[in-house]
Each structure stands twice: as structure tokens, then as C-alpha cells.
Design a protein around this ligand. Structure first.
Ligand code: AFP
Length: 364
């Protein structure tokens, strides 16, 4: 469709910000910087081995390791640098935080500081890079504390520890067969497809809505022996299909790229679970609250879905650390609410049911 019939990301942002007549345009410029970083990352992802993009980042002794204790891929590091280089100079940010950096990033002295905080996972799904499966970037925008804005001081970890409901924008880029940007600025969620000829993100999905019901669930089933009882119950019921209490068959997916799972769920419904489990008691989950669970959670909630820890709404969790991990369930509203019900049901009540036991679908 020729450009004249399409809305660009810039036009969408300007139209959205008309709701705030006094706005300075800082916010729009920041989102466009993020979009540019995603376009640059998309090109590097597309080059793959041709651009020398595969493989681990070299460290002092073998592969480099990030604050999470995870091996860093070359693209993890490059993507992180792109987010920083493209967004640090514009005067919109008081500071940044990233999965790939131990501490908050201070805006260099030669650049003006602004009123927003940018939090991001520069490349999510890194284990899929070398096998050419879709990966993505996830971002979240918060307002910096007013006194940080007024004084221009260095940001602290505490500045970032805000509830998910305090995000002013969130979204992701998906580097798939097409590169897409999904964004919420607090007024629904919209999808943009990158026109590679123009280099512009074009509005293709103006009002994303997650179907309230689904027959598709996503979980890494290899962890099933570590799950808590409510998750085991929910998955067992899905596997029982028509012959069980759900009365319908389910399909299972697992891509190991949360951005790709989130996008599928936005497009056709579904439920994603990476629950808290006892695989590693030192970790309260695999996914990180500030730059994975909260931004994806805001997008899902803005699109009529739900995001939860399994027990409570994700966006109301008070963060206690920059790299805090958390159990994450999101997707079709009725499925997420069912999972929360199972978590909040008194255990003895469920166990009294003659049809179920903690370990398997039916008491043997
Ligand atoms: P990586 O970025 O380290 O590959 O982690 C991706 C992720 O955070 C999320 O995108 C996936 O849903 C999840 O981890 C996959 O975890 P498993 O590899 O344990 O299935």
C-alpha cells in the first residue's frame, strides 16, 4: 500500500501526544531513538554470520559473562551499545539500565540530561541467535524522580525501582521474517511493521487486542518436575484436553524467545508461563521484572490481556532490585485469571477434590 495510506510511527506518536498539549516532544524523540536502535539491531541480526554476528562475546578468559551469570553473545553486547549510543545524546534521558550492565548507565557529562529513564533488554532470546530463530528487544520508559530531573544528578538503582503501573511507555521489537515494533504509550497497544525500502515503521496493527480465551499454552515442559502445584494442575488439565475438566484440546508452543511468544499471543491469544519454580531456589524465576516482565506486562494489559506473577498482577509488584527475577504468566485474560485462581485456592480445598492429587491428574 503506498505511503499515503499508511501512518508512520512519527505520525502516530504526534497524534497520541496531542492528548498532552503541553508536551515538549522529548517523549516522542526518545521513542524514535529507541525505534532507530531497533532498526540498527534488526540489520545486524539480519546479517547473521555474514556480519560476524554469531557466537559468544570474547571475555578475559573465554566467553564474556553478564551480571546474570549468563554467557554474552556478540549481538547482546552490540545491541546494548546501539541502545546507549543512539539514545544517550538527545537530552531526553536521566539515565539507563540494561540486562547487560551491572549498574545504571550515567549519561556522559557532554550530553544534557532529561526526565526519562530507559530500561531495556537489548536482545532477548540470545540462545536463538546462532540458529536463526526470531529474537527481540524489550524496552520500558519510566519518569525519573523530579529531584533527579531538577538537579541533573547521577541516577541510582533506587530511581528505577518503580511499579510497572508507573511505566509511561513500553514495547518490543521482534526481529522475525518481518521486523515489527509493538508499542504502548498508555492508550492501547499498536503494531508497526518496518518497511525496509523506506526504513520507516508503518502502523499495521492500530489496536491490538488479546483474545480473552485460548487453546494454546507456552511453557518449558522440561522444568515440570520443579513446578509448583497450581502450574502442574493447570498444565495437566490442558494436556487432558477434551477428556478432562477443560473439555477442549490445547496446543503447546515453546520458542525460548519471550518476545516471539508475546507476539504470537497478541496476534491470536494464548498463555505464556515461566513460573517461579524450585529448579534454583536462589532465583525467584528466570525472567527479570524491570526489563522483561513489566514492559511485556504493560503491553499485554493495554491490549486487554493480563500479566501476573501467578499470584498477583505483575504491574503492582514493588521491585527490590535492578535485576530482580520473578515468575511470569501473561496472555489471554481468562486463562491468566484461572492460573491465579489455582495459586490462590487454599491447597487443602483442591486436595479434597477426589479427582485430583498433587502429582498427577487423577488420584491413583
Ligand atoms: P536468553 O535471552 O538468555 O536466551 O533468555 C531468553 C528468555 O529470557 C526468554 O526470552 C525465554 O522465554 C526464556 O528465557 C527461555 O528460557 P529457557 O531457555 O529456560 O527455555
Amino acid at each position: 500500500m503506498p505511503l499515503r495510506n499508511r501512518t508512520t510511527l512519527t505520525q502516530y506518536l504526534i497524534e497520541e501526544r496531542r492528548r498532552f498539549p503541553g508536551s515538549s516532544g522529548d517523549f516522542n524523540s526518545l521513542i524514535l531513538d529507541v525505534a532507530l536502535a531497533c532498526k540498527a539491531i534488526a540489520r545486524s541480526v539480519a546479517m547473521g554470520e555474514l556480519g560476524g554476528m554469531y557466537g559468544d562475546q570474547a571475555g578475559v578468559a573465554g566467553a564474556a559473562v553478564n551480571v546474570q551469570g549468563e554467557t554474552q553473545k556478540k549481538l547482546d553486547v552490540l545491541s546494548n551499545e546501539m541502545f546507549i549510543r543512539i539514545s544517550q545524546w538527545g537530552g531526553h534521558l536521566a539515565g539507563m539500565a540494561s540486562e547487560e550492565m551491572d549498574h545504571p548507565y550515567q549519561i556522559p557529562a557532554q550530553f544534557p540530561r532529561g526526565k526519562y529513564l530507559l530500561v531495556f533488554d537489548p536482545l532477548d532470546g540470545s540462545s536463538n541467535i546462532d540458529v536463526n530463530v526470531s529474537v527481540g528487544s524489550i524496552f520500558s520508559v519510566l519518569r525519573a524522580p523530579q529531584e533527579a530531573i531538577d538537579t541533573g544528578r547521577d541516577v541510582t538503582e533506587q530511581d528505577f525501582l518503580q511499579l510497572g503501573v508507573q511505566q509511561v511507555a513500553a514495547g518490543y521489537a521482534l526481529y522475525g521474517p518481518t521486523t515489527m515494533l509493538v508499542l504502548t504509550v498508555g492508550n492501547g497497544a499498536a503494531g508497526f511493521t518496518l518497511d525496509p525500502n523506506l526504513g520507516e515503521f508503518m502502523l499495521t496493527h492500530p489496536k491490538l487486542q488479546v483474545p480473552e480465551d485460548t487453546q494454546e499454552f507456552a511453557i518449558n515442559a522440561s522444568n515440570s518436575r520443579f513446578w509448583e502445584a497450581p502450574i502442574t494442575r493447570y498444565v495437566d488439565e490442558c494436556l487432558a484436553g477434551k477428556s478432562g475438566v477443560r473439555g477442549k484440546d490445547f496446543n503447546m508452543r515453546w520458542i525460548a524467545s519471550m518476545v516471539a511468544e508475546a507476539h504470537r499471543i497478541l496476534m491470536r491469544g494464548g498463555v505464556f508461563m515461566y513460573p517461579r519454580d524450585n529448579k534454583d531456589p536462589s532465583k525467584a524465576g528466570r525472567l527479570r521484572l524491570l526489563y522483561e516482565a513489566n514492559p511485556i506486562g504493560m503491553v499485554m494489559e493495554q491490549a486487554g490481556g493480563r500479566a501476573s506473577t501467578g499470584r498477583e498482577p505483575m504491574l503492582s509488584v514493588k521491585p527490590d532490585g535492578l535485576h530482580q527475577r520473578i515468575g511470569l504468566v501473561f496472555g489471554s485474560k481468562n486463562e491468566v485469571e484461572r492460573i491465579e485462581l489455582y495459586h490462590n485456592e487454599p491447597t487443602e480445598k483442591h486436595n479434597d477434590n477426589p479427582l485430583f492429587s498433587e502429582r498427577s491428574l487423577f488420584r491413583i
